[in-house]
Design a protein around this ligand. Structure first.
Ligand SMILES: CC(C)(COP(=O)(O)OP(=O)(O)OC[C@H]1O[C@@H](n2cnc3c(N)ncnc32)[C@H](O)[C@@H]1OP(=O)(O)O)[C@@H](O)C(=O)NCCC(=O)NCCS
Length: 195
């Protein structure tokens, strides 16, 4: 890979840092943060609606199982400087139309949107997937109308592959292989100047 986006990383990838963020494996103690994130109507709007407390507990348990089986899963991300919780992201084994894939997923607390944080999270997780975990490729998918998420995928080197059905809804599937490069642009970010 041409760009290394992870500053520091434990060998088991339980924790790592990026330029602005610190990431740690999702644990039970993060429950309230995650419920708050996924009950935020702006975040929930593209993720099938606000999560219930029972669903949040199920997801935590599932994430723990996933880490134990695969050696990776979801992380929570905090701002290194302020300590603020800014989002969660991860790598997850999923079955899509009969094929097993590894998905990259991210969600950022709405107060922190448009500062490049999802891109920073995704860049680091791609780096971990290819350089630490030796995965061959990754997929990402979202609702066709989720332009911010599609833009993040494109910025970190994913390319549109095909339309799929997920959770009974049409989604767009993007893919990135370990060989493909991160997208670079001469156009400055619309939000340039924000922290
Ligand atoms: C999608 C999400 C993670 C993006 O987080 P973020 O930290 O704001 O993302 P970034 O700032 O890194 O990048 C967002 C990009 O999308 C662009 N964007 C935002 N809204 C857009 C829109 N309506 N149309 C086109 N582009 C848009 C931004 O301008 C930016 O691109 P740029 O850097 O070229 O200017 C965030 O909106 C979120 O958490 N949404 C809810 C959860 C979700 O949908 N997750 C993805 C599901 S797969």
């Amino acid at each position: 890979m041409s760009v290394s986006t992870v500053d520091a990383c434990t060998s088991a990838v339980d924790a790592f840092t990026t330029r602005r963020l610190s990431a740690e494996r999702v644990r039970e103690g993060h429950f309230e943060l995650l419920v708050g994130l996924f009950q935020d109507p702006r975040v929930a709007a593209t993720l099938g609606g606000p999560i219930t407390v029972i669903e949040a507990k199920d997801r935590l348990e599932e994430n723990d199982r996933h880490w134990n089986v695969n050696g990776f899963g979801f992380w929570v991300f905090h701002d290194k400087r302020s300590g603020d919780f800014v989002g969660r992201g991860g790598l997850r084994r999923v079955r899509i139309e009969g094929a097993f894939e590894t998905e990259i997923a991210y969600a950022v607390a709405s107060d922190y949107w448009d500062r490049g944080l999802a891109t920073e999270m995704a860049d680091a997780m791609v780096d971990i997937a290819f350089r630490k975990l030796d995965l061959a490729d990754l997929v990402a998918f979202t609702l066709p109308t989720n332009m911010a998420s599609r833009r993040v995928m494109e910025k970190v080197g994913f390319r549109y592959e095909r339309d799929i059905q997920h959770a009974g809804l049409p989604h767009v599937l993007y893919r990135r292989t370990s060989e493909s490069r991160r997208y670079t642009t001469a156009t400055p970010r619309a939000s340039a100047g924000k922290p």
